[in-house]
Design a protein around this ligand. Structure first.
Ligand code: FES
Ligand code: FES
Length: 150
C-alpha cells in the first residue's frame, strides 16, 4: 500500500511493504547519507530526526513514520553546511566518516533542546552513537564548538 512520507520538507509517495524507514530512505529516495551498520538499533549510524528527535531508522517501520516530519543528514545541509557539520569539519571530528551522519543528526537534536550542553549532557545524548574509529574526544569538541562553548 502506498503511503506519503514527509522527508526533508518534501512529500514522497512510497510503498513500504513492511520495510524499515532506513531501507525506504536509501533504496527508494536515494538518500544515501543515512548509513546502515548494525541494523539492530545498537550504533546510531542510521539516526534521522523524527519530529526533531533522533531515531534509529533501521528499527522504525516506514509506515510508523507517516504523519511525522523526517529529516535526514541531507535535510540539515540544504543550501549550505549546517553549523554542526561545520564544527565537525573544524574539529576534524571524524576518521572514516561512516558514523558521522548519525553523530551530526544526534548532536543537532541535542543542541536544539539544550543549546549549551555540559560534557555530561553530551555524553548522555550521544551514548547511542558509536564510533569504531574512536573519534569521541573530537566529536565532543565539535559539539561544544557548535554550541559556542569551545
Ligand atoms: S544501523 Fe541502525 S542503529 Fe546501527
Ligand atoms: S569516524 Fe569511523 S566510525 Fe566514526
Amino acid at each position: 500500500m502506498e503511503v506519503i512520507l514527509e522527508v526533508n520538507g518534501e512529500r514522497h509517495s512510497v510503498v513500504p511493504s513492511g520495510r524499515r524507514l532506513l531501507a525506504v530512505l536509501r533504496d527508494d529516495l536515494e538518500l544515501l547519507g543515512t548509513k546502515l551498520a548494525c541494523g539492530e538499533g545498537a550504533c546510531g549510524a542510521c539516526a534521522v530526526l523524527v519530529d526533531g528527535r533522533p531515531v534509529n531508522a533501521c528499527l522504525l517501520l516506514a509506515e510508523a513514520a507517516v504523519g511525522h516530519q523526517i529529516v535526514t543528514i541531507e535535510g540539515l545541509s540544504v543550501g549550505r553546511a549546517h553549523a554542526v557539520q561545520e564544527a565537525f569539519v573544524a574539529e576534524d571530528a571524524l576518521q572514516c566518516g561512516y558514523c558521522t551522519p548519525g553523530q551530526v543528526v544526534s548532536a543537532t537534536a541535542l543542541l536544539e533542546r539544550t543549546p549549551a550542553p555540559t560534557r555530561e549532557q553530551i555524553h548522555e545524548a550521544m551514548a547511542g552513537n558509536l564510533c569504531r574509529c574512536g573519534a569521541y574526544p573530537k566529536i565532543e569538541r565539535a559539539i561544544l564548538r557548535a554550541a559556542g562553548s569551545a
